[in-house]
Design a protein around this ligand. Sequence first.
Ligand SMILES: N[C@@H](CCC(=O)N[C@@H](CS)C(=O)NCC(=O)O)C(=O)O
Length: 256
Amino acid sequence: MTGRVTLYHWEPNANSGKPMLALVEKGVSFDSHYLDMLGFDHHRPAYLAINPEGTIPAMTHGGRVLTESTAIMEYVDEAFAGPPLMPADPVERWRVRWWMKFMDQWLAPSFSMIGWSVFVGPAMRQRDPAEIEAAIERIPLPERRTSWRKAVYGLFGEEEMAESRRRVALGIDLLEAELGKREWLASDGFSLADINGFNLAYGLPATRPEAVNDQQTPNLIRWLRAIYARPATRACWALGRTDMAKRLAVLEEQPA
Ligand SMILES: N[C@@H](CCC(=O)N[C@@H](CS)C(=O)NCC(=O)O)C(=O)O
């Protein structure tokens, strides 16, 4: 399959950052189409014509439209030349997929709930309530409308927030233990599991310095620094337009 690649993405972060980093690691040139998520760009007709669900990211390759960030990464790895981002060994491939499923299904929603509650919600409450409510009404997926309302009106329950905090703490412990076993998360080579995990965890040394630091989580910090040092990661994070990307600056510091 030939044809231009266009990636519709927000900040290099979470689901948007996954296919971004996979494309750059593979050396695939692509048109970057930045969507301002807090400006509701992804709910406008021009983007809904590409992804009717109105979630980010999406990628077009020639006439194909691809959605779902992890599935897009696997497509990128298989459809293009460049360094392989999946190991050859079946057990290591299983481990990559185990980690990606665990992160996508179990851990990322908890990171997301905390992020939406402490970042998206307060940012939205600075704006005109009528404008925000009209924007929420235009969201195609009912479950996303619910999440936006919970974030904007501060409706995340204490129980669900506590469960999210528990999962993030457990996720940190599991990553630290796994990264004590080998250089990269799922195999001896850099893989899609590392791209996935970095997009989830890169902000932790800045946002949770008491839990993620050289003393308590040396393996996790070593791994984050190693990924941040890769030219592809630098190139990707340079595409960020908000202050979110600045959280990476902590990774410039070397252990004392
Ligand atoms: N499972 C999808 C989730 C996509 C998703 O929910 N993306 C978030 C951004 S990380 C989004 O579009 N949020 C904005 C919204 O729901 O309006 C994937 O991995 O691509």
